[in-house]
Design a protein around this ligand. Structure first.
Ligand code: SF4
Length: 213
């Protein structure tokens, strides 16, 4: 693999891709974006990085905020909301990345991959093992730990490759109506309901370029 020529992938894209590959393509390739209550809530959550509930859970740790991250070996870049450093063996500090989310745990695996990607970057940057990370849910003031298992690490690296493949092409994956569509801010431009009715799309395409009025 020619690492120097790899297109960089940002950690936030991994989250977006696992939520829905079509959404990731519409955003990253077609520059389509719309906010809704969920996306605004996500932005607000990061502004709570000094939440008092969080400060309790981080007691005894040295805390770095908005830490830039990179893993050159897989051309991955991003930023951690928070990284806690706690004493480990041989006087070394063990980092633990913490990502802020406003709501409760969602059903998809994208949050776990996002935090694992932060862990992979920290391992490469600092040369220390990073066995786990956490998501801090601002609304419930709950912290959920995420173990970086081999399976999660493999899924994370595979997702980096899948996102890079998506970015290097120009194909937008087809719409598939799924539970995620309900909270998707691009629902209005994607209209996944039409995917189950291809004849409606064919008729619309047919009329698009007809000139006989
Ligand atoms: S509406 Fe559904 S299919 Fe369309 S981009 Fe959003 S999640 Fe993906």
């Amino acid at each position: 693999m020619d690492i120097e020529r790899l297109q960089p992938v940002s950690i936030s894209m991994l989250n977006e891709f696992l939520y829905c590959d079509r959404r990731c393509a519409l955003h990253q390739l077609d520059a389509l974006w719309q906010d809704n209550a969920w996306t605004v809530a996500g932005t607000i959550a990061h502004e709570h990085a000094d939440d008092p509930g969080y400060r309790q859970t981080a007691e005894g740790a040295r805390v770095e905020r908005a830490l830039p991250l990179f893993a050159d070996s897989i051309a991955l870049v991003g930023k951690a909301d928070i990284v806690e450093f706690r004493p480990g063996d041989c006087g070394r500090e063990i980092p633990l990345p913490v990502d802020y989310k406003l709501g409760r745990r969602r059903k998809w695996e994208n949050d776990d991959v996002q935090v694992c990607a932060q862990g992979l970057c920290l391992e490469e940057m600092l040369g220390v093992p990073v066995p786990k990370g956490a998501v801090y849910h601002v609304k419930t003031r709950r912290r959920r730990e995420i173990l970086f298992t081999d399976q999660l690490r493999q899924l994370t690296i595979q997702t980096v490759e899948n996102v890079r493949a998506l970015l290097s092409g120009d194909a937008i994956p087809p719409a598939v109506l799924r539970p995620q569509c309900e909270g998707c801010s691009l629902h209005g431009v994607c209209v996944p309901e039409l995917a189950g009715h291809p004849h409606i799309l064919e008729t619309a395409y047919g009329r698009l370029f007809r000139t006989d009025g």
